[in-house]
Design a protein around this ligand. Structure first.
Ligand code: ZN
Length: 69
């Protein structure tokens, strides 16, 4: 299980996907949605919407089944 490098919260597949999509495709360190929102200075809801949008476009980084963000 991957954890946030800042707060050590367990990460969902969507959170890992957002890190790869928005920060570094080959990244090995990941942030949870809250730390990611702070880092990118974006509202958390925008990131969740983004994950949903990527999922709808069939991006392999985002599993079909919605996770509990
Ligand atoms: Zn975090």
């Amino acid at each position: 299980m991957r954890v946030c490098k800042k707060c050590e919260k367990n990460l969902t597949a969507d959170e890992v996907g957002l890190n790869l999509k928005l920060i570094d495709r080959s990244g090995t360190e990941f942030l949870c949605i809250d730390c990611l929102a702070a880092y990118l200075k974006l509202p958390r809801d925008d990131l969740i919407a983004m994950a949903d949008r990527f999922r709808k476009t069939g991006c392999v980084l985002f599993p079909k089944k919605p996770s509990s963000l």
